[in-house]
Design a protein around this ligand. Structure first.
Ligand code: ADP
Ligand code: MG
Length: 314
């Protein structure tokens, strides 16, 4: 058994031309290893190729070339085992309207060859909070309930890897919290979780490691904290004893702005300016310091910096 839950090498996908649309190269050679036991975030703007990647993992989209190993099983060599090792909650709410949640879970378990004695339909219904709706027709379920049912369906065969494609896009806070509680619990029990999102805050909160995908390529991949630490952009926040002017001489390349709480936020580049030089300028302006803090960039900044650097280089 390898240490990686997923190993992707040289993965490419070109969608064939259709209805007057030219062929679309959605994945341009992805190499990615996702360690066992992690909560891994796949980030990127709309159209980056996240769902294409997920759907290839799920066996729903055929890759053009490259190799995919899931839980050590090569998708081409051991398709059954690799499929059994992964549960996917897709981005689209495609649910058969004529099944009840209980029936949908039973049918899914049947598809994965889970024997009746080893099914845990009631346990899953409880977990996704659909016990009361177990016998209701799916077409009467709300969007949030359908999403929960999709999570349940991804879990019927107890896969070691759970993949969630944009699980919280357009869902209310309550459902979001319920999803994250479940994800954290499953991960604590040993499940590897992979999620895609374009909510960077969410990835920041949830993910041990992230990969950023843009235009079908991985443009960054690191531990979430390390990715943030690698950033050059920083902010120094100065609280003065008295209301201080926001326009005073600063080292070149720094920009100051006043925050609603009266503090002054000074943006600078770590590679160019030291906080010491900024503080010297603050003192020279006659500002008496009450408090000073530095702020790390968030993933939004990371993403902008990385994608800007790439497009600049192209
Ligand atoms: P994401 O999930 O990151 O938003 P997708 O994987 O859905 O990105 O899409 C990546 C690119 O591939 C987009 O340009 C999209 O329009 C295109 N695409 C996705 N699915 C298909 C398809 N079935 N046929 C043709 N093009 C597709
Ligand atoms: Mg998508």
């Amino acid at each position: 058994m390898t240490e990686n839950a997923i190993e992707i090498t040289g993965l490419r996908k070109t969608y064939a031309a259709s209805a007057g649309e030219p062929p679309k190269e959605a994945l341009k050679g992805i190499d990615l290893a996702i360690p066992q036991g992690s909560i891994f975030g796949l980030l990127g703007p709309n159209g980056a190729g996240k769902s294409t990647l997920i759907n290839i993992l799920a066996g729903l989209v055929l890759k053009t070339s490259g190799s995919v190993r899931i839980w050590g099983f090569d998708q081409d060599v051991n398709p059954r085992q690799s499929r059994a090792s992964i549960g996917v909650m897709p981005q689209e709410l495609n649910i058969d309207p004529f099944f009840t949640p209980r029936a949908a879970l039973e049918v899914q378990a049947g598809l994965y060859g889970v024997p009746k004695s080893r099914r845990r339909t009631d346990e899953i219904l409880r977990m996704i909070g659909l016990e009361d709706k177990a016998e209701a027709y799916a077409r009467t379920l709300s969007g949030g309930m359908r999403r929960r049912l999709l999570l349940g369906k991804a879990l019927v065969h107890r896969p070691p890897i759970l993949v969630l494609d944009e699980p919280t896009a357009g869902v209310d806070i309550e459902l979001r919290q319920m999803l994250w509680r479940n994800v954290r619990k499953l991960n604590a029990e040993g499940m590897t979780v992979i999620l895609t999102t374009h909510y960077l805050e969410e990835a920041e909160d949830m993910c041990d490691e992230v990969a950023i995908i843009n235009h079908g390529q991985v443009v960054a991949r690191d531990r979430t904290a390390a990715l943030l630490g690698r950033m050059d952009a920083k902010t120094l926040v100065v609280h003065g004893e008295d209301p201080a002017p926001a326009d005073f001489p600063l080292p070149e390349g720094c920009t100051a702005s006043r925050r609603p709480d009266g503090s002054i936020a000074i943006a600078y580049r770590r590679s160019r300016t030291s906080p010491e030089d900024i503080l010297a300028a603050v003192r020279a302006a006659g500002i008496r310091l009450r408090d000073v803090a530095t702020e790390e960039p968030d993933l939004q900044d990371v993403f902008l910096e990385i994608t800007r650097a790439r497009s600049g280089a192209a």
